[in-house]
Design a protein around this ligand. Sequence first.
Ligand code: PRP
Length: 187
Amino acid sequence: MRQDIESILYDSDCIRDRVLQMGARIARDYRDKDLLLVGVLKGSFVFLADLARSIDLPVEVDFMVVSSYGSGTESSGVLTIAKDLSVSVEGRHVLIVEDIVDSGLTLSLLTEDLRSRGAASVQVAVLLEKDVPRSHQVECAYSAFHCPDAFLVGYGLDYAERYRNLPYIGILKPEVYEDRAQCPDAR
Ligand code: PRP
């Protein structure tokens, strides 16, 4: 897979350090609280696995599959829930775990949705915050990296469902997605 990567932006040591720091902060902030981690699939699965193990508290973990749509200039959008939580968030302290925030639409809608269900608190832990103008404001209490607006893959992030298993975050070579755009069935 390395031959498809232009450059490595964050290697596995660098990611591990940042995730450990984040986990320690979360453990301090939630030490007296009953914490529910909500992983947003699929992109968060690697980050969540590492982050959860770096939080020295008996947290509960659950998952959602969501998608959002709405144009960048609209003030609202629509959240579609393909897989919902298996537990109620009422009265719970919820920490949403996401791989990346781009426009901010998904996280702003999901945060609002979980608050409307009566969660005691809803905060966000994100691996990557893209340095782009945000059409929807999201408050990320925990954020590992501010990243450039590039085609990133690895550590959960995909291109056409591939590369999520790379142990680092890299920039995909343009010829990979340009080739595939010309020949969509190519593997
Ligand atoms: C990605 C990411 C966020 C969303 C961020 O999900 O995991 O959910 O896009 O974009 P936004 O800030 O513009 O809303 P994606 O739809 O690629 O699905 P995946 O997690 O399965 O890769």
